[in-house]
Unconditional design. Structure first.
Length: 329
């Protein structure tokens, strides 16, 4: 072929055409000037359905949108993700990966979900602690992060402040899973009847500490501050990652005391001294909230079998279960 057959400008045009072999399929929605938010009319045109259907889906909470001064607006980026999530065989619609703080009732809940969906979906729950779970969520290595960070009455403020340290938090929601009683788990051999919180800190007991960035360790530090206790004076021979590891050490008499919830103490036959209630919440992207697997998880939480397990554990309340307690919109 004669290298001079085509002039340079013709070659440039040809290369552009090869880079975009389907130029006719590039609609307005792919242009840089596409609006970030769509009105009901715009969304109806985009999805090629009537406006009544848009209103029905939005009012049922099945479309990612927000209502401002009586008018619905829909973030186009979330609509595109919702389309993929809603498609049969779409992107990871058959997956629900949960990381973050550990809880025995959530473990049972996930187990029930696994039994229901069997091989039709990948569902897992990894105890990583609050901070690590949020880092995984920010890197999109997990779908949901379970968190607890401070007393119940301040949880809506503290949880929101905690997640807003992450750049992707503008796309996240915080959903209340349940309220949980937090306190101290103690070996069954200890004499603790009538002992106050300051007296507990003064004992020469061996403390099993949680790792930095975990909700239980934050609870311990917060409690110590409220009572004017210096934690550096405690006998802290051990530091472990999960609540079950802590409880196992206590039950085997390798440690005497550790922070933790009533439910874990009951599960391992330990003594428990209550300190207060906390919000146990799930942080997740808005698109995950609309995923069928997540909605099924919330429904299972109200099932008779899960409620019975919660009663057996003790230390759970469900007044706000399923409520969105923080949203960037």
């Amino acid at each position: 072929m004669n290298p001079n057959r085509f002039p340079p400008e013709h070659m440039a045009t040809q290369l552009k055409q090869e880079e975009n072999p389907w130029p006719s399929m590039m609609g307005k929605e792919n242009r840089m000037d596409s609006p970030a938010f769509l009105s009901v009319k715009q969304l109806a045109e985009y999805l090629q359905i009537n406006e009544k259907k848009i209103y029905a889906l939005a009012n049922d909470g099945r479309l990612p949108g927000t209502k401002i001064t009586g008018k619905w607006l829909f973030p186009k980026s979330l609509i595109d993700q919702w389309l993929l999530e809603s498609s049969h065989g779409g992107i990871l619609t058959d997956r629900l990966l949960i990381a973050g703080s550990e809880d025995p009732l959530l473990t049972r809940l996930v187990t029930h979900l696994i039994e229901e969906f069997a091989a039709q979906a990948l569902i897992s729950y990894s105890s990583t602690g609050t901070s690590m779970g949020l880092s995984l969520l920010a890197r999109r290595r997990t779908d949901i992060c379970a968190i607890h960070w401070g007393p119940l009455q301040e949880s809506h403020i503290r949880h929101a402040a905690l997640i807003q340290q992450y750049a992707d938090s503008s796309q996240w929601l915080i959903v209340r899973l349940f309220q949980r009683e937090q306190g101290f788990m103690l070996a069954s051999s200890l004499e603790v009847d009538g002992m106050s919180i300051p007296e507990i800190f003064r004992q020469n007991w061996i403390w099993a500490m949680r790792g930095e960035g975990t909700g239980s360790q934050y609870f311990l530090e917060d409690t110590a501050v409220s009572y004017g206790i210096d934690l550096s004076g405690l006998n802290t021979a051990l530091r472990v990652q999960t609540e079950r590891e802590v409880a196992s050490l206590l039950s085997q008499a390798q440690a005497d005391i550790a922070p933790g919830p009533r439910s874990v103490a009951r599960e391992f036959g330990l003594q428990f001294i209550p300190v207060g209630w906390e919000g146990f919440d799930l942080v997740l992207p808005r698109t995950i909230y609309f995923r069928q697997l997540f909605q099924t998880l919330l429904q299972h939480l109200h099932s008779r079998s899960i409620q019975l397990i919660a009663q057996q554990f003790g230390g759970y309340r469900f007044e706000q279960t399923g409520e969105i307690i923080w949203s960037p919109y």
